[in-house]
Ligand binder design. Sequence first.
Ligand code: NAD
Length: 300
Amino acid sequence: MPEANIIDGRAVARQVRAEVRAAVDALTANGQRPPSLAVVLVGDNPASLSYVRGKVRASEEAGIKGATLRFGADIAEDALLAVIDRLNADPSVDGILIQLPLPAHINAGRILARLSPDKDVDGLHVTNAGRLAAGQVGFVPCTPAGIVELLRRTGIPTSGRRAVVVGRSNLVGKPLALLLMSKGTDATVTICHSRTRDLPCISRRADILVAAIGRPNLVTSDMIRPGAAVIDVGINRVADPSRKRGYRLTGDVDFGAARQVAGWVTPVPGGVGPMTIAMLLKNTLRAARMRAELGARSGR
Ligand code: NAD
């Protein structure tokens, strides 16, 4: 059997980002201000710092004004809520992103619930989660949205296909399952999780297998149906003394083994990750357009 095609998430993300850039240029040529994104970062978790830097850099390359608001890990929950209130009320801010995880003394659910759903470009507010579940228009979390975009732009058919999503988090697994089964995408979806019995038996039936688990190499070749599309969401740090940083990034899928069986597979890094950022830019552009339309309608 030939080796699987590698899905180049970086290349697809570049396309999406160029489209966002062109749309932003059209907005500003029309006399509108550029879209703006405020990223709230609490503490100094190195992975979060690196994600935030990547998001702000990508925003700026797309013509979006990105600002990072940094706070110490000891910020009180009420103080953080006050920051969100201020950003919600600020007409020059289109999108707000709270970088997770937050320190343990802060209730992340309470913070996310305080966001204005119309500025929630990460799609994590319960209103947006509800809109997705109800099939209504809203902001969809960036990683699941990016996965569906990646499938679509790679030409991987979803309609009527069996999709198995491993992982049921609010950030990835659950919204992805909803998106895959939504009208227009039309997959038949099974969700698996840590209590699922005989995972290989279920995953082997998948035309599209998504691993969003957070366990290096959990998905092995015997779990993959020949010819399937395998989407690896996992980002795991594995100790590697030969690297300058002392670790390397790996996904949830045994990539080398998967390549021998699958039809398509995403690498880590360079698969789903870049799409997550591209969809954040797309959501921010949408938030800016929505605000501009609202402003025009209310005569502001
Ligand atoms: P999470 O810890 O919230 O959820 C993990 C899920 O995996 C849970 O639903 C759990 O039931 C399931 N699970 C755990 N062990 C399992 C097992 N042995 N068999 C089957 N299911 C099992 O994590 P998350 O936030 O959904 O993230 C998952 C992974 O994706 C992490 O590695 C994270 O770093 C990565 N991630 C990547 C991106 C990206 O942009 N590429 C974005 C978000 C998350």
